[in-house]
Design a protein around this ligand. Structure first.
Ligand code: HEC
Ligand code: HEC
Length: 253
């Protein structure tokens, strides 16, 4: 008799802690018995069968149901209109499902190099991000929208929120280096030097970042600094022919 007590307790606790809150949180909402507006999933699918893909979408994109459906965040799901096509992200998602189908059809045309075929999923591209932009694209868009300080603020914000999630490339010098060149092309020498300097602090072992900083100083006419940083780049990357060439040019001047 005694040994049964913990088991019963465990069942009750499981219900209270796991099952009950999820039932109440959904405001008694149930998957529709018969969906009304399926255009890409088989039209004879029951609502319940949509549960796995719909939850999969939210995880893959890092969003909630309201991102694609008509409904207000925080309100019970029973107030949502899931059959409506009014939210444009629903149609975007449909096109994505079709695209994913055709990508996987293409993949079937190659002989896989290992026993297991590798498939493509929403999260292969999205990785928890509704708009799967690269860090270069994010910075470029922020720069186009509000200039250098906006781009740097965006970098800081993304790094704080997503570092370690594998969503953006914070692991090498590439993205900040590209931003530095955009700023340089926009004739903001001081800004470019600031960004390249920042990159040398973050990635001091990259020959590339010192080469970029040297280039900005070369443009500014500060040959002493240009020489110092080209030399630094060559120390790290002896194969950097550009640095050799630039040092010869500085020598001539
Ligand atoms: C990334 C976008 C996206 C997200 C997020 C999403 N859905 Fe959907 N949902 C769709 C699309 C697209 C369809 C239509 C599929 C089709 O046309 O075959 C759909 C259809 C449905 C339907 C069927 C409606 C009908 O009657 O035709 C239900 C119910 C539904 N979703 C519930 C949910 C729930 C609940 C969530 C949150 C857990 C959710 N969805 C999250 C894109 C999304
Ligand atoms: C091959 C990569 C790839 C795959 C796979 C993929 N997506 Fe996308 N998705 C993108 C890109 C890139 C964009 C941004 C397009 C743009 O706005 O320029 C995007 C945009 C979207 C958007 C619009 C987001 C917005 O705010 O504008 C939705 C919704 C979406 N995808 C849903 C999905 C779903 C659901 C799946 C799986 C069925 C999926 N995607 C699979 C690359 C992908």
């Amino acid at each position: 008799m005694l040994y049964r007590l913990p088991q019963t307790l465990a069942i009750i606790l499981t219900f209270l802690l796991i099952l009950a809150p999820s039932i109440f949180a959904q405001g008694q909402w149930n998957w529709p018995e018969k969906p009304q507006n399926l255009q890409v999933f088989p039209s004879d699918w029951s609502g319940q069968r949509l549960s796995a893909p719909m939850r999969g979408f939210t995880r893959a994109l890092g969003v909630r149901c309201s991102y694609c459906h008509v409904g207000e965040e925080g309100k019970p799901l029973s107030t949502y209109d899931f059959a409506s096509d009014e939210n444009p992200n629903k149609e975007r998602a449909r096109e994505m499902i079709r695209m994913l189908g055709s990508i996987n059809d293409h993949l079937k045309k190659i002989e896989p190099s290992a026993a297991e075929r590798v498939n493509m999923w929403c999260h292969t591209c999205h990785r928890g991000n509704a708009k799967p932009m690269t860090l270069d694209e994010e910075l470029s868009a922020a720069f186009a929208g509000g200039g250098m300080e906006t781009a740097l603020a965006r970098y800081k914000e993304l790094r704080e929120n997503y570092y370690g999630h594998g969503m953006y490339n914070f692991e090498d010098e590439g993205p900040l280096n590209s931003l530095g060149y955009k700023v340089l092309e926009a004739n903001n020498l001081e800004g470019a030097i600031k960004i390249f300097t920042m990159n040398t602090e973050k990635f001091p072992k990259s020959g590339n970042v010192w080469d970029s900083l040297a280039e900005a100083y070369m443009v500014s006419g500060d040959l002493a600094k240009a020489e110092e940083y080209y030399k630094k780049s060559l120390e790290i990357a002896p194969w950097n022919d550009n640095a050799k060439k630039m040092l010869e040019e500085i020598e001539k001047k």
